[in-house]
Structures are given as C-alpha cells and as structure tokens.
Design a protein around this ligand. Structure first.
Ligand code: GDP
Length: 302
C-alpha cells in the first residue's frame, strides 16, 4: 500500500497518458509506438531503456499478433519487469552478517536524502532487534554531524563523531572500535558527498574503506549510493561518477513520492546494472521501502 501511495504522482502522470493513448488509437501502428516512446521518455525511463523496451514491445505485438491497443498495456508491464530483472542481480537483500559486525557505507551528494535514509535504515534495524551505531563521516559539510545526531536521537541510536573538519578515516576508526567494544550488530557510516572533484572523492572513499577493511575483514558489506529521484538525468550522472569512484553494491532512490517521473528507477537499473535496494517514499522514519520490481511496475498502472 505504501509503495502504491508513494507512486501516486508517477502513476497519475504515466498511466493516465498510457490510458489516453490506448483509447485514442484503433490499431497498434508505428505512430502508436512513437507516442508511447515519448510518454516513457517523459517519465524519465531513459532513452536507451525506452528504445530497448519499445523494440521488445514491437516484437511481442507481432509475435502475438496484437491488434487492439488496449492489449498492449499488459505487455508493457510484463516487459518493464523483464527489463528490470534482466539487468543482473535483483536481490534487494542486504549483505548482513549473521555473526559479528556488519558495516554499511553510505555515499551520495548533499541534499539527496542521505542522512534521512541512514536514520530510516537505523530505525528499521532497531525494529528488528539489532543494535545499531552511526558514524558521522561527513566532516566536511557544515551541520552534517548535528543533522545525523538529530536522527540518532529520534531513532534512539548513538552517533560516533569527531569535530567538524576532522579526518573521516579517523572517525571511521573510532566508530569501528566503538562498535566492536559494544558488540554492535550494525554500523552505518555517513560520508561526505563532494562530487566537484572526482579524484578527491575517490581518494577519500578509498581511505575510509581501507580503514574499515583493515579493522573488519570483509567490510564494508554494503556500499549504498543515495540518489534523488526528482533530479532525473542528474541522478544518472551522479550514479555514473560514483560507480567509477567506488564499488557500489546498491542504490537507494529517495523522494520517489515527490516526482511524477518515477521511471528513473528503470533507467538507473538498466543502464548501470546496480540493484535498487530501497526507495524513499516520504520524510518520516517508516517511509523506506524495500524495492520490488513487480510491485513497482504494477503500481504504475494500478
Ligand atoms: P542529505 O544532505 O543527503 O543528508 O539530505 P537530507 O537527509 O538532509 O534530506 C534532504 C531533504 O530531503 C530533507 O528535507 C528530507 O526530509 C527530504 N527527504 C529525504 N528523503 C525523502 C523522501 O524519500 N521523500 C521526501 N518527500 N523527502 C525526502
């Protein structure tokens, strides 16, 4: 239900247009496909992904000898799920250790909803009975540490921090030691999201990861990239840059509730081949949902 609610804007945009399209056309012809392409591109599905999808649709329509445009709608859903699933790993499950500490690193530029997502995820783990610690690794942006502390308080988990401007790697070292000595299950680490300089970003993330790896063999167990769904193609560019800078294991797409262009999920997934593990559907603690391709696609039409 939450998933469905969060997709309201996209659904209103997308399914209304598709419904309108299939009711206007009497047969499935080239013009029909062209209009469909425009609708999909308008929903931020991404050019390459749209081309792939519409090509598949053309083939399927021919194969099944579909004449009535209204019968194309079900095929669209089917093909959207297929395209999503065929782009590699689909599991949204986080790599959580059954024994010992799990370290989750968060990356992403400022304003995308990184702090909020860390808070939501900490809340989710706490609800599952796990003990959680947060590491304030964004020592660069003014207010980042305080903002993480606000979430820590709200959720009831401690934040390991140093002063503003301190070395993020040193914060990580402290945080790992604290997590070990407290027998914490999960350590969630914030990082600075400076994209202006890719070399610096890469260096900082490398350094932070090196400390974590050295102190906890096999860690970080997840590197989650947070992207803002409302930023469309900008989110794609960010994703590409971070993918080059570090090994991203999953994506959290925030503010899906705030956009009519939720097709960005498919573009990111299909063009980057990184699974979308969570989506943000609001500003509150409970507004983080595990991503599910079928729920998503059928939510676009339901
Ligand atoms: P950060 O700079 O990346 O840490 O971003 P914040 O966590 O501070 O979030 C920036 C703004 O986006 C805040 O006003 C959040 O409440 C809001 N936000 C974060 N996630 C979501 C979401 O899933 N939906 C909506 N509607 N707002 C969100």
């Amino acid at each position: 239900e939450k998933f469905k609610d969060g997709l309201t804007k996209t659904r209103d945009n997308f399914s209304n247009k598709v419904n309108d399209l299939v009711s206007r056309y009497r047969k499935v012809d080239e013009e029909f496909f062209e209009e469909l392409e425009e609708i999909l591109i308008g929903a931020d599905v991404g050019f390459d992904t749209v081309m792939e999808l519409v090509e598949e649709l053309r083939r399927e329509v021919k194969r099944k000898n579909i004449q009535d445009p209204r019968d194309v709608q079900a095929v669209i859903s089917e093909k959207l799920v297929e395209i999503y699933d065929s782009a590699g790993e689909t599991s949204t499950e986080l790599n959580i250790q059954t024994e010992g500490l799990t370290v989750i690193l968060f990356v992403g530029v400022n304003g995308v909803g990184k702090t909020t997502t860390i808070g939501k995820l900490a809340h989710k783990f706490k609800n599952e009975g796990k003990s959680v610690l947060l590491a304030a690794g964004d020592t660069f942006r003014a207010g980042a540490i305080e903002q993480l502390e606000v979430w820590g308080e709200r959720v009831g988990v401690d934040v390991i921090k140093q002063g503003a401007g301190s070395d993020p790697a040193a914060v990580m070292y402290d945080a790992v030691q604290a997590a070990k000595s407290r027998n914490a299950d999960i350590l969630i680490c914030d990082t600075a999201g400076r994209l202006q300089n890719k070399v610096n970003l890469m260096k900082e993330l490398e350094k932070v990861k090196r400390v974590i790896e050295r102190e906890v063999p096999g860690a970080p167990h997840e590197v989650l990239l947070v992207l803002d769904a409302t930023t469309g193609q900008n989110a794609m560019i960010q994703a590409k840059t971070f993918k080059e800078a570090t090994d991203v294991s999953g994506i959290v797409l925030t503010k899906l509730d705030g956009t009519a262009k939720g097709g960005i999920v498919l573009a990111i997934r299909n063009e980057l081949e990184i699974p979308v593990k969570f989506v943000g559907l609001g500003e509150k603690m409970d507004d983080l949902q595990e991503f599910n391709a079928e729920q998503y696609v059928y939510g676009l039409f339901a």
